[in-house]
Design a protein around this ligand. Structure first.
Ligand code: FAD
Length: 379
């Protein structure tokens, strides 16, 4: 029997990244900066599009900059905070130290691809990885040796199942659809609109476009139907044309017991995810990329495992809180009213969400919110 040819790399350590989405590309750049030879293989075409809220939080932008990646803000639109809106009330808070960036997913991907190329990452598109062993990836009949294998292959990661890291996985999923409209953004905030049926997540993505994502438990609820539940947004859009194909995805809180096995590590959505309502996925992936490169430079994926747990903790707390509001509309109404009445609490919670204040300060803000809710119960 003829064995498949194994392609060996040169003297430098070789990291093979499975998946060239945002997590894979940023991890590849971070690893190149540590001096490794890095190959990224993606089964799709570049640049790629995907259902996403398309807002990058300040901490995600800061992580990119630390890795020497600066996105061109002229191809997107900055936003200064988050706004919660329901039928009765609006509560808003600005970020404490810098803005976020809304950017069409395909534009972000193009910019990250350019950065990866500039850093000398070897890119293989339309190249699905079909299997792997501890030190080899299979590209069909071809096998490529690697010192480190990074699974950045998204929510439905096969690397996760090939390595057995998907054991015990148990996520309650929601459904999301995304559409872009030709419409000058009416706000410099990301807006999260709440109703009993769904949430709408609105991101300014350029000076002439907004992205609208609907999140719900109903797999059939598309953006245009969902808009009927949000007359304020419908009025803002004023009959604007949509400019993208509607894309769908599943989302949810999904945490793995471990994100590494042998010389294989998972990153981005492959390594677990938080519900899209947090707007955290990209920022989390970019910070994971920094931690992963550091751990590989120190030859310890256990360090990455610990850093990954630490990074996901805040996002997980926020995701759980937001999903509680989603399941309990009356609580949601009272919380949004309380945040509108006490903007400082919302500002502190947002600062905690983007990693800018201590857990103690967050606990104080949460306690004040709890007291306000109790008081509203008795009034
Ligand atoms: C509706 C929605 C809204 C969201 N809104 C936001 C937001 O506003 N802000 C935010 O920060 N995050 C948001 N997120 C989360 C964010 O989109 C994800 O966290 C992010 O896309 C994860 O990137 P990734 O690179 O891990 O995965 P992906 O972007 O899914 O990339 C995975 C890549 O792997 C490739 N691949 C898969 N299998 C193979 C294989 N066998 N071989 C080779 N290649 C393979 C795929 O082709 C793909 O290119 C949202 C998510 C959803 C669903």
């Amino acid at each position: 029997m003829r064995s498949a040819q194994v392609i060996l790399m040169g003297n430098r350590e070789h990291a093979f990244v499975v998946g060239g989405g945002p997590a894979g590309l940023v991890a590849a750049i971070a690893l190149r900066r540590k001096g490794l030879h890095v190959t990224v293989a993606d089964g799709g075409d570049f640049p790629s599009d995907k259902a996403c809220g398309e807002g990058i939080l300040p901490e995600g932008l800061a992580a990119l900059e630390r890795l020497g990646i600066s996105l061109d803000p002229n191809e997107g639109r900055t936003f200064h905070g988050i706004c919660f809106i329901n039928a009765r009330t609006t509560a808003e808070a600005t970020f404490p130290f810098r803005s976020g960036l809304g950017m069409r997913r395909v534009v972000l991907h193009r910019q990250l691809l350019r950065a990866a190329e500039n850093f000398g990452v070897e890119m293989l598109q339309r190249t699905p990885v079909t299997n792997l062993s501890s030190n080899c990836v299979s590209l069909g009949a071809k096998k490529v040796s690697a010192d480190w294998i990074i699974g950045a292959d998204g929510f439905h990661s096969r690397v996760k199942s090939w390595t057995g890291l998907d054991r015990g996985l148990n996520a309650r999923l929601r459904y999301a659809f995304r559409l872009h409209f030709v419409c000058a953004p009416w706000s410099d905030m990301v807006e999260v609109h709440w109703s009993q049926h769904a949430q709408l997540y609105i991101t300014p993505v350029s000076n002439t476009e907004v992205g609208v994502v609907v999140l719900s438990r109903d797999p059939q609820l598309r953006v245009r139907e969902a808009l009927q539940y949000f007359p304020q947004v419908l009025a803002r859009l004023g009959g604007a044309d949509s400019v993208s194909a509607e894309r769908g995805a599943v989302t949810g809180n999904c945490f793995l017991a471990s994100v590494h096995a042998g010389k294989v590590a998972l990153i981005g959505d492959a390594s677990g995810s938080v519900d899209a309502i947090t707007g955290e996925g990209l920022s989390l992936a970019f910070r994971q990329a920094e931690a992963l490169a550091e751990a590989i430079a120190n030859r310890s994926l256990a360090n990455y495992g610990r850093a990954h747990k630490r990074l996901r903790l805040r996002a997980a707390i926020m995701a759980r809180m937001l999903l509680l509001l989603e399941r309990q509309p009356r609580l949601q109404e009272r919380v949004v009213s309380a945040l509108a009445a006490e903007p400082d609490i919302f500002r502190r919670m947002l600062a905690a969400h983007v990693g800018h204040i201590s857990p103690i300060s967050l606990a104080t803000a949460s306690a004040r919110l709890g007291l306000l809710l109790l008081a509203s119960n008795f009034s």
